[in-house]
Design a protein around this ligand. Structure first.
Ligand SMILES: Cc1cc2nc3c(=O)[nH]c(=O)nc-3n(C[C@H](O)[C@H](O)[C@H](O)COP(=O)(O)OP(=O)(O)OC[C@H]3O[C@@H](n4cnc5c(N)ncnc54)[C@H](O)[C@@H]3O)c2cc1C
Length: 635
């Protein structure tokens, strides 16, 4: 993390200097904003945290709740989400506080005595090398706390407005702020009778599965309305079940439980699958209580027992497998002819079972996809056509998520009585194979203006086009710091151009492909010159970074081309953190990610960390043409 660019200041360097237009009167709603976000759940707050990094934009988040969520709901944080949190500088705290899921155990009825359960397997939860980040468990309320902290520390000093229920969303005119949202003021969940309106350039409905924004734009969820009911219990308990501190999938003749150990060493979450026949009365009368759910848990865990000492949160969670056919207000018939003004994200677009722990993660990923697009379009550095890619990209992800969830949920619930050893082995290998999906790293965006076709993929096989940039260890040249290459990227809306060098010394001038690329990038014809607005930092639109093959002690900083030592801030300070070398101790990144050593490669990465194109180091025209489709040329 870099700071003090504008001058040394005492105090916490992670708190940014206040932007002049930061909110002056807390609680006082503005009349006009750039972006209005409806809902401060995981989707709404990731979007708000991203837009807080654009302090020149005015973003407001409203929520009908009286205050922040305090407890409950989701708790699984996929590896990909931790990677995303790293870009906000929030991963350390999350990893420090959360439970790290390392292994999973599987339990089935004992073949000798079907009334008892026995362990049938124990495997790694996450495949080696899938991500540098762990699979974590942390309560959703804490995830939201981290994001709010980030917003408060940002130059915009952003904070959600609570007690406002969005009751109407209307795209009214073609003016600068064409969307009008009606807000009913609430107290204790009840309307006070007072209403306000806000006009916005863009509105994003992150208002959950019963989204009124979705209704307002004429979208609907399609799929199965109801599926399976789960009792969810967060408890402190005393038990003789030996795997209580491991994620455990238990199937007995009496039903299924998913055990999720939680943060803090003692707390545990039980997802108890409620049976439409066995638990019919409880479901019909809605008479579930923590005590009754505990009875079901004990029935399933027999011969083990579980004595609940304290219930932190509980719910009966019933959810269908549904998704929306479009995530913005442009009807299919008008796609490509007009630009969206209203978007929906998160549970407003897709709902599914909690079994694979995807709800909070996919919701946050929707928002991360949209945030930089809105921010850079509003700033005027990206073309507005970019906004149409949000629905295309994320709707495909939602469709695949629902297909996956149907299959996963069916496997999970299949009766153990039908299962022999082969079934048990098959379920475990299926679970392992789906690990990429549940870790959130299987998403691959289709070719579009944001994802090039795989013409040059062979130059860097390990950086899959349309997939998230898969980080690997490197050593930063200037200060010899071993680190992850991907962690240099912040959620700041900038594109990243990683130039993986050819073998020549970078100071060899025309003898080095990297040297020649740097000369081009420093020229008037370069995309840096064409797309960076006057007065903006040189890396604020396209951030050029180089990865060298030489060991870090073999290259001196003063041998680097100037474009890799950009001058920034009011004092024209040199940014020394743009160049990295292979970390031969941790694994050479050229080998681990299959980068062509002779020819090198340019990897162009979107602000949300997805690989947009892979190019030869001398493909200047192709680079320019690709970025020209997305970025706005300065006047
Ligand atoms: C009761 C419950 C229990 C859950 N349990 C689990 C679980 O055990 N495991 C799991 O993996 N997932 C669980 N989930 C799902 C998971 O929490 C969601 O997938 C995730 O929260 C989705 O995030 P989101 O931001 O899209 O929506 P939400 O988290 O639902 O946030 C929507 C926000 O919008 C606000 N809002 C809604 N309408 C309006 C309006 N008109 N005006 C203003 N504000 C509005 C709401 O107050 C809320 O704060 C649960 C969800 C719920 C509702």
């Amino acid at each position: 993390m870099q700071f003090y660019l504008d001058g040394y200041k005492s105090g916490n360097p992670f708190v940014e200097a206040t932007h002049p237009s930061a909110r002056q009167r807390p609680g006082q709603l503005p009349d006009v904003v750039d972006v209005l976000i409806i809902g401060s759940g995981p989707a709404g707050l990731v979007l708000a945290a991203q837009l807080a990094n654009f302090p020149d934009l005015h973003t407001v988040v409203v929520d009908r709740r009286d205050g922040p969520l305090e407890v409950g709901q989701a708790d699984g944080v996929a590896c990909r989400t931790v990677e995303m949190f790293e870009a906000f500088g929030l991963a350390d705290q999350l990893i420090h506080e959360g439970y790290q899921v390392n292994e999973v155990t599987f339990w089935r009825p004992d073949p000798q005595d079907g009334s008892s359960i026995t362990r049938t397997g124990r495997i790694d939860d996450v495949e080696d090398g899938l991500s540098e980040m762990p699979h974590m468990i942390v309560n959703q309320a804490r995830m939201l706390d981290y994001l709010r902290d980030h917003m408060r520390r940002s130059a915009r000093r952003a904070e959600p407005y609570h007690g406002f229920h969005a009751s109407g969303v209307e795209v009214t005119a073609d003016g600068e702020h064409p969307v009008t949202v009606t807000l009913e003021h609430t107290a204790g969940g009840e309307p006070t009778g007072e209403t306000s309106t806000i006009r916005a350039k863009y509105v994003v409905g992150c208002d959950g599965s019963r989204s009124s924004t979705r209704e307002a734009i004429g979208r609907r969820l399609v799929g199965d309305a109801t599926n399976q009911s789960w009792g969810v219990l967060d408890v402190l308990a005393v038990t003789d079940f030996p795997d209580i501190r491991l994620k455990s999938a238990v199937h007995s003749e009496q039903g299924s439980i998913l055990i999720i150990p939680r943060e803090g060493g003692y707390l545990v979450r039980l997802y108890i699958e409620l049976d439409n026949e066995r638990d019919a009365e409880m479901l019909r009368d809605r008479s579930a209580t923590p005590e009754r759910l505990t009875e079901v848990a004990n029935r399933i865990l027999h011969p083990y027992t579980l004595e609940v000492k304290h219930v932190g949160w509980w719910a009966v969670y019933e959810i269908g497998q549904r998704y929306c056919e479009g995530f913005d207000d442009v009807p299919d018939a008008e796609a490509g002819t007009r630009l969206p003004r209203v978007f929906i994200a998160g549970d407003a677009c897709h709902t599914h079972s909690a079994k694979a722990g995807q709800g909070m993660n996919v919701s946050m990923a929707d928002a991360f996809n949209l945030g930089w697009k809105l921010g850079t379009v509003l700033r005027g550095t990206s073309r507005p056509e970019l906004l149409g890619t949000y629905s295309q990209e994320r709707q495909n992800v939602a469709r695949r998520l629902i297909e996956f969830d149907r299959e996963f949920a069916a496997k999970f619930s299949s009766s153990p009585a039908d299962g022999d050893d082969a079934d048990v082995a098959e379920f475990q290998s299926y679970f392992r194979a789906q690990g990429r999906f549940t870790a959130g790293v299987a998403v691959r965006y289709e070719p579009s203006i944001l994802t090039a076709p795989p013409t040059h993929q062979h130059l860097a096989e390990g950086f899959g086009l349309g997939m998230r940039f898969h980080s690997a260890p490197v050593v930063r040249l200037a200060d010899a710091k071993p680190m992850h290459l991907g962690h240099a990227a912040r959620a700041d809306g900038a594109w990243r151009l990683y130039a993986f060098a050819d073998p020549a010394h970078p100071g060899a001038g025309p003898g080095s492909l990297l040297g020649r690329l740097c000369e081009f990038l420093a020229s008037d014809k370069s995309p840096l010159a064409r797309f960076t607005p006057p007065g903006a930092e040189p890396d604020s639109v396209i951030d050029v970074r180089a990865v060298l093959q030489q060991p870090h002690r073999d290259v001196a900083v003063d041998e680097l081309p100037p474009v890799l030592l950009p001058r920034k801030g009011p004092f024209g300070l040199v940014d020394y953190e743009k160049v990295f070398c292979s970390d031969h101790a941790a694994g050479d990144i050229f080998d681990t990610r299959g980068v062509d050593r002779e020819r090198g490669a340019m990897i162009v990465v979107r602000p949300d960390q997805y690989v947009a194109t892979v190019l030869p180091l001398d493909a200047y025209d192709e680079l320019d043409a690709f970025l020209g489709e997305v970025l706005v040329e300065v006047g």
